[in-house]
Design a protein around this ligand. Structure first.
Ligand code: KIV
Length: 263
């Protein structure tokens, strides 16, 4: 995909949408060589690349650097950037400045967690010509309010709240909606009810698409094993083995050889 509008077309044709996070140029180059539809420069960068326990330490500056790096590696792939913690809660002017920075760094739209009283701001951003992706369910920026990483939208009242917020986000002009760690039946129902595509993570199979953190799906974080995660590579072990082979070659004198040296 090249544009946010391509997501609506995929949904209309019943083509599942694949989205993956990416924070740097070298992995963006690999993604650009695949059929993955969309890159998300998520604020999970704070955890995956900077070693924090939550996404809260991500700020606009951090996001700008990673958006620009990912964009350089995948100049033509649809790329959406997360609005980091509180960037959209400090007034409209500050929010628009954050959007400006992320778009100028190379994003084609922003993802904003939650709805509530952010909906008016989302309408304003969309009205300014910037595509916005919504995000409901287990929104990690609110982790302390949730009291931990647990399934959201369980029970009729909680499900009704997510349903109402999803409709408000659609009404505000969001072009797609991420549903994170919600019951599969609720995600299926929302996918049916909404006109915009839903992108699930821990939301079961009946969404318009799926998103995963790149390092999680590549098995780079073996200690992170949420129920919904499938790993498609034993990346940590493969890289560890390669590095040990390099170490062994250096220490045994096998590397560099004469052929790998300048005469
Ligand atoms: O920051 C992130 O990586 C995300 C996705 C997991 C949806 O928001």
């Amino acid at each position: 995909m090249r544009n946010p509008t391509d997501m609506a077309a995929a949904r209309a044709d019943g083509r599942p949408i694949s989205m993956v996070t990416c924070y740097d140029t070298w992995s963006a180059r690999i993604i650009a060589a695949t059929d993955i539809d969309c890159i998300l420069v998520g604020d999970s960068v704070a955890m995956v690349m900077h070693g924090h326990d939550t996404t809260i330490p991500a700020d606009v500056d951090m996001m700008r650097l990673h958006v620009a790096a990912a964009r350089r590696g995948a100049p033509e792939r649809l790329l959406i950037a997360d609005m980091p913690f509180l960037a959209h809660r400090k007034g409209q002017r500050a929010a628009m400045e954050a959007v400006d920075v992320l778009m100028k760094a190379g994003a084609q739209g922003v993802k904003i967690e939650g709805a509530g009283d952010t909906v008016d701001l989302i309408r304003h951003i969309v009205g300014s010509g910037v595509p916005v992706m919504g995000h409901l369910g287990l929104t990690p920026q609110s982790i302390h309010a949730f009291g931990g990483y647990r399934v959201q939208g369980r029970g009729e009242e909680a499900a009704a709240a997510i349903r109402a917020e999803a409709l408000r986000l659609q009404g505000a002009g969001c072009f797609a909606l991420v549903l994170e760690v919600v019951p599969a039946a609720l995600a299926a129902e929302l996918t049916e009810v909404l006109d915009i595509p839903t992108i699930g993570i821990g939301a079961g199979p009946h969404t318009s698409g799926q998103v995963l953190v790149l390092q999680d799906l590549l098995g780079m974080q073996p200690e992170f094993k949420p129920h919904f995660l499938r790993t498609f590579l034993d990346g940590f072990e493969l890289l560890r083995e390669a590095l040990d082979r390099y170490d062994e070659a250096v220490k045994s004198g096998a590397y560099p050889s004469d052929e790998e040296s300048y005469r």
